[in-house]
Design a protein around this ligand. Structure first.
Ligand code: ADP
Ligand code: MG
Length: 237
């Protein structure tokens, strides 16, 4: 579509993949195109987010259309909301059906920050959003804790899986955030074991990164199928 191409060009959005959904013109389209609940639009407005950032314009419709997504956009360009918003919309309501979504972050600080942002976006809805803390890893049996979204470093997840405290077989959404840092920090093995533990055949994986080293491209190729690839800014050569 000509209109989509114009919007992508304006915002420096480069895509590849089959049948990529139209980018968002604005946040209001979340409601008109995807029946977004009012609480989310209200939270966006309260945070003062008027326009979607380029990565949000393209990654949100891709994920809402049920596509896996490989997204690369610079630091500070709003990648967190790009996966949290469609995740909340897809999960719809809180449930006590085990862990439903997992966000892997390279460091505890980033995990804590991501958990805060999830809660901010979910305000007004009673989702169970859990940050995997040291106490949680050591103590609780996760199979008994209601948890819609679990945010963690790969290390803590792997530990809990090994101790058989965590069942990820029902996970529907898996996000690898800051993937380039996951590699830089040498966390590939732990990430692999989490990817394996999310054994639901219909799990939707996505991968976000600020840069595009070969390691990240390779991971994207091996773990995703028919993904929408979104790159913001420079064209990848
Ligand atoms: P990244 O993960 O790409 O480095 P973040 O998701 O951490 O970036 O977002 C960077 C900052 O931009 C955060 O403070 C976030 O609240 C803010 N932000 C996200 N989306 C928007 C938006 N649509 N409009 C304005 N600010 C936004
Ligand atoms: Mg980020």
């Amino acid at each position: 579509l000509e209109r989509d191409a114009v919007l992508r060009k304006k915002h420096n959005i480069h895509i590849s993949g089959s049948l990529v959904p139209s980018p968002l013109q604005n946040f209001a389209e979340l409601r008109s195109r995807y029946k977004c609940k009012p609480y989310l639009l209200r939270n966006l407005a309260e945070l003062g987010f008027r326009e979607p950032t380029p990565i949000q314009r393209q990654a949100i419709p891709a994920l809402l259309s049920g596509r896996e997504c490989f997204a690369c956009a610079p630091t500070g360009s709003g990648k967190t909301l790009a996966f949290v918003c469609p995740m909340l919309m897809k999960l719809k309501h809180a449930s006590k059906d085990g862990v439903r979504a997992v966000i892997i972050c390279p460091t505890r600080e980033l995990a804590a920050q991501t958990a805060r942002e999830c809660k901010q976006m979910a305000k007004g809805k009673r989702f169970y959003i859990k940050l995997m803390t040291k106490q949680l890893v050591k103590g609780a049996d996760f199979s008994k804790l209601p948890c819609d979204i679990l945010i963690s470093t790969p290390f803590r997840l792997q530990f809990a899986i090994r101790k058989r405290k965590l069942d990820l077989s029902r996970v529907e959404y898996l996000v690898l955030d800051e993937s380039d840092h996951l590699f830089e920090l040498g966390l590939v093995k732990q990430v692999d074991s989490v990817v394996k533990a999310c054994s639901n055949p219909s799990v939707l994986r996505s991968l976000f990164s600020a840069t595009l080293p070969d390691s990240v491209e390779e991971l994207a190729r091996t773990i995703m199928h028919d993904a929408v690839r979104v790159i913001i800014g420079r064209k990848n050569t």
